[in-house]
Write a protein that binds this ligand. Sequence first.
Ligand code: IPE
Ligand code: IPE
Ligand code: MG
Length: 231
Amino acid sequence: METPLKHVALILDGNGRWAKQRNLPRSGGHKEGAKRAFEIAQHAFQHWHIPFVTFYAFSTENWQRPKLEVSTIFRLLNTHLKKQRANFIKEKIRLHTLGDIAQLPSNLYATLMDIKQATSQFTKCNLVLALNYGAREETLRAIKLCIQASTVQSLDWNTFSRYLYTADIPDPDLVIRTSGEVRLSNYLCLQSAYSELYFTPTYWPDFNKEAFDLAIENYKKRERRFGNAEQ
Ligand code: IPE
Ligand code: IPE
Ligand code: MG
């Protein structure tokens, strides 16, 4: 029997190459890319009834990019989130974040905290932004928290996973990466232990509802075994 999809996690990649194809600055790709995330989330909630959709928007390694690109990404994100604030509330979408968002520019941090707080009572539709997120940083943080809580002796996966950023979020059933790269780039490495992976050559700013539907249809044909024998 097919189990309902609870969580789809996306790696938004290819903004730069999308812009280059059009002789635009990289920021043009980031601008268009920011718009796609909310559209795809709405479609996932409304059409597919998927309760959690996560977007990898900025990794712990992305700080290595030129300062101007980094600040532009944050500025665009802040503008876009502020624009969507009313829609989060109207459509009862709860915003979550993964990663150390306190390190982000203060205006973006304030916007994130404001929307998270304003939507914290919603449960059905959850839009998760991985921002300044990296699986290795997340793992080290969880280990340190476990040591502080002195839970190391009796540690099991259930306890450990409570210290991850995703404590209240189910493991992804499906991880989608756009742009043709076939790697996880430090994204949800522990949580995706048994996730189905889907890679598409489409650049993120071109990833539309139809492209999302194709990924879901592909997922539905997979047989998930979790270490079990073939059914
Ligand atoms: C994804 O697009 C956005 C972020 C990583 C912030 P890229 O900026 O990585 O685009 P490409 O991979 O260079 O085309
Ligand atoms: C992964 O994309 C990170 C995000 C989408 C936020 P990158 O473009 O940073 O990944 P690499 O460098 O190609 O692995
Ligand atoms: Mg990239």
